[in-house]
Design a protein around this ligand. Sequence first.
Ligand code: CU
Length: 160
Amino acid sequence: MSQIDRYLTAILILGGGVLLGLWLLAGPSREQGSDFESLGADAFRSGLQRMVAEGEGGLVVDGHPLIRVRDDDIFLLARRWEFSPAIELRAHHTYHLHLMAEDVVHSAVIAGSERLLLPGQPQSMTLTTAAAGQLAVQCAEFCGFSHNLMAAFIKISGDP
Ligand SMILES: [Cu+2]
């Protein structure tokens, strides 16, 4: 090994170490824990059914019924390539949001925070709505062909 080869090898090893250090410091920032105790998959499914049954009001958005959430618990199911159901929330209200992936790994970015969603493992977080308008939900984990289109808008209503 020549002197130059040794220098190059040392630079490569040092550079790799620096990059690894930076990645560990600044890299994986998505949260995996829940804000409070998460539900089991069965409790999630029955909660979702209850929310849909209570909130159906005949309004349809993009082919899906719009569910007016009555309770403080919200259930969103992630599957290729949608978050469902379409929901309407009240402005300036704090909810318990429960998310679960049904088929493959997804990740939900909502109100500036990201949750990794492993299939069949619900995640829970608090969500406080702002003023009336829309709140975007976006998938941030590549999940196949139409991943880029996997987004939803939550309607925030000003009515009390
Ligand atoms: Cu995706």
